[in-house]
Ligand binder design. Structure first.
Ligand code: DAH
Length: 362
């Protein structure tokens, strides 16, 4: 028995489209009860069919009409609810401009990545908690080496399971070793990151940033180093008159080692990079350390020094930022003063690109 009035009432009370669909399937679907009645018509005598045909067809039509009506009502209500929820009040004041800025250190690191990517360098990284082997020994500074004492290292109280002393890395140079060991040669990487030394005044903070550069290939020589640094500095300072002076120096991990100076002048009380330090009104400023990778370092990195050569350099990222954007106190970089960040920070949309300029203050 089909009680059509109860069916129609239930349809009219369906609380959701899902519930309504379940009712439709239960009555009008393949094995629905009204569908079952329709199937009986085929086996009836012509007289019975005359009586029951219109009746069952009526059930079906009534159910269909009721379902369509309920569906329309439920969909209408859903739309109303969405419209109410998504209403935008155009009389509200405009939202505040975003407050946050990109820190100059982050911005400069992005600039470096962009400039060096154009020369085929990938970005590599290593841990800030390092062991003595990667930070010193593999870089040709054995335990007795005086340079080891000169690094003002923060040590951890305990050694690691391999008996190595643990420390906060004092420079990004250990990433050279890690990358050589992990990837072999040839290589072209920069490794920007945080480094730590127990030192503190207007130009030194216990944590600061360096970027390491490393190129390993066959037949690499100092000329490649000089061209790379010149090209990088021209792009970074966005001027063509960058003049470099290479001075012989000493780092345990390079042989020969060179200190790289760049010419600058004072303009409006600011140091502006450019020109030769020997030009009138100019001087030389020491900018970075570099050299040809020492054979011992290549060997520690698992490479055959008779087969591979390379150059490396290390430079302070904070110092690059100060020179380019005219800050004079390094400590302010890490004070978290919102006014300083507002003044020297960059818009999140100011993504450095070589074509659009690698950096314009916000
Ligand atoms: N690691 C050195 C430092 O922190 C900087 C440096 C000098 C890195 C010469 C180099 C290099 O890769 O070749 O003082």
């Amino acid at each position: 028995m089909v009680e059509i009035d109860r069916i129609i009432a239930a349809i009219g009370q369906a609380a959701s489209l899902d519930e309504l669909e379940a009712l439709r399937v239960g009555h009008l679907g393949k094995s629905g009860d009204i569908s079952a009645l329709m199937k009986q018509l085929g086996g009836m005598s012509p007289e019975d069919r005359k009586t029951f045909g219109p009746l069952y067809n009526g059930y079906r039509r009534d159910a269909e009409v009721a379902i369509a009506a309920r569906k329309g009502a439920l969909e209408g209500a859903a739309l109303e609810a969405r419209l109410a929820a998504e209403r935008v009040d155009l009389t509200l004041p405009a939202p505040e401009a975003p407050r946050g800025t990109i820190h100059p250190v982050s911005q400069v690191m992005d600039e470096l990545a962009e400039i060096f990517a154009d020369m085929g360098f990938a970005v590599a990284s290593g841990p800030e908690i390092e062991d003595g082997w990667h930070n010193f020994t593999a870089l040709n500074m054995p335990e007795s080496h005086p340079a080891r004492a000169m690094h003002d290292t923060f040590y951890f109280p305990n050694r690691n399971s391999a008996g190595e002393e643990m420390l906060l890395r004092t420079h990004t140079s250990p990433v050279q070793i890690r990358t050589m060991l992990a990837e072999g040669a040839p290589l072209r990487i920069i490794a920007p990151g945080r480094v730590y030394r127990s030192d503190s005044d207007a130009t030194h903070t216990p944590m600061f940033h360096q970027v390491e550069g490393l190129v390993i290939d066959k037949g690499i020589h100092l000329g490649h180093l000089k061209w790379t640094l010149e090209t990088f500095l021209k792009a970074f300072f966005e001027r063509d008159d960058i003049v470099l002076r290479l001075r012989p120096s000493y780092f345990p991990f390079t042989e020969p080692s060179v200190e790289v100076d760049t010419g600058y002048s004072f303009q409006g009380g600011r140091r502006v990079i450019g020109g030769s330090g020997d030009d009138a009104g100019h001087s030389w400023m020491e900018l970075l350390g570099s050299g040809m990778v020492n054979r011992h370092v290549l060997a520690a990195g698992g490479l055959d020094p008779d087969e591979w050569q390379g150059f490396a350099f290390g430079v302070g990222v904070d110092r690059l930022a100060m020179l380019k954007y005219g800050m004079n106190d390094l400590r302010a970089f890490f004070d978290g003063d919102v006014r300083w960040l507002q003044h020297y920070g960059f818009s999140a949309l100011d993504v450095p690109t070589l074509s659009g300029g690698v950096g314009t203050p916000a």
